[in-house]
Ligand binder design. Structure first.
Ligand code: PMV
Length: 325
């Protein structure tokens, strides 16, 4: 029974906008770092007697949308007539909190599913496959820093991530998990509404290529100031673009703005630290490992920050012997 593990990633240059929703093809590239603490484990057991797939996620049997998304994904891998699967999956972090769990989830499912059904073990092909489950999962196949090229082909075979070789910047993350509000608009719906109605969308897409080049150069040159400029700039431009949709999409909540201010105050006082925010209210602060504890402590001071998860850089998605106990 194959067991796989994969870590979620957080984008330094954001992906926001698809050129093909069915294949999850992005309109522009993106660049991320994989985080060790945001880890998912997934096993797949083939069950020749079962009429349909089954899934246990974080100890609870799931039906409906969650199961059907996983099941449709496995349909991309399994040969005709192959047995159904029993999927058991668990994450080291709260999956309902909107913390990039689809990235680690689909990367782990791609690796475990391919092993179970005799599919590919080649990372590039796994990245193309994981992308079909959730775009950002393409980047979680690789450890460390990964860049996802948009690709040009209509079939998506050239739209996958690749590791950024030679980047040795030591970076850690403190994730301020804001108290969950009402359910946010999901990334796919948010991206589509933005593409269809935001007057800023073309400008956003034009900026992404410049940001990718700036970000890669800042990482290679270990230039924290340049990195903070591009990481925060990409995040705020993505959110400005979404906010400009009609009706506007607003992921920020009170603790989000508070944490952003806090990160900027820490930086002004001399700490190399920068923030980013995905399609939810949580703030991720990146800093050198030596400053992690102080940054995490500062971010935990808001009453609506439930917890602060700290993490170092994570490794690639892989097969493992067994679930951790
Ligand atoms: O791939 P999805 O559908 O999980 O979308 C990811 C969107 C962001 O997290 C906001 C940005 C990113 O590049 O990860």
């Amino acid at each position: 029974m194959p067991v796989a593990t994969a870590c979620a990633n957080i984008a330094l240059v954001k992906y926001w906008g698809k050129r093909d929703t069915k294949l999850n093809l992005p309109a522009a590239g993106s660049l991320s770092v994989t985080l060790d603490a945001l880890r998912t484990w997934t096993s797949i057991e083939l069950d020749p007697a079962a009429a349909s797939d089954a899934m246990v996620l974080d100890g609870r049997q799931r039906e409906g949308k969650e199961l059907s998304r996983a099941s449709k994904f496995l349909d991309l891998i399994r040969p005709a007539g192959a047995p159904r699967a029993r999927i058991v999956t668990r994450s080291a972090f709260p999956t309902a909190a909107g913390l990039a769990s689809s990235a680690s989830g689909f990367a782990a499912l791609a690796v475990a599913g391919s092993a179970a059904y005799g599919g590919t073990s080649e990372p590039r092909a796994l990245s193309v496959l994981a992308r079909r489950g959730s775009g950002s999962a393409a980047r979680s196949i690789f450890g460390g820093f990964a860049r996802w090229d948009a690709g040009v082909r209509d079939d998506g075979t050239d739209s996958c991530a690749r590791p950024l070789e030679g980047v040795t910047l030591e970076l850690a993350a403190a994730i301020a998990v804001a108290r969950a509000g009402e359910k946010e608009i999901g990334s796919t719906d948010g991206m589509e509404a933005t593409r269809e109605t935001s007057p800023y969308h073309a400008a956003w897409l034009a900026q992404v290529d410049r940001d990718l080049a700036t970000c890669e150069a800042a990482l290679r040159g270990k230039d924290w100031d340049a990195l903070a400029g591009v990481v925060e700039g990409s995040c705020l431009a993505m959110h400005a673009n979404a906010m400009a949709a009609r009706p506007g999409i607003l992921y920020f909540r009170a603790p989000t703005l508070w944490a952003i201010e806090r990160v900027r105050a820490l930086r002004k006082a001399g700490t190399p630290v920068m923030f980013t925010v995905d399609a939810g209210p949580h703030v991720v602060a990146f800093t050198p490992p030596a400053h992690l504890e102080a940054v995490a402590k500062a971010l935990g001071e808001h009453p609506e920050v439930d917890r602060v998860i700290t993490s170092t850089i994570g490794g690639p998605a892989s097969l493992i012997e067994r679930f951790p106990s």
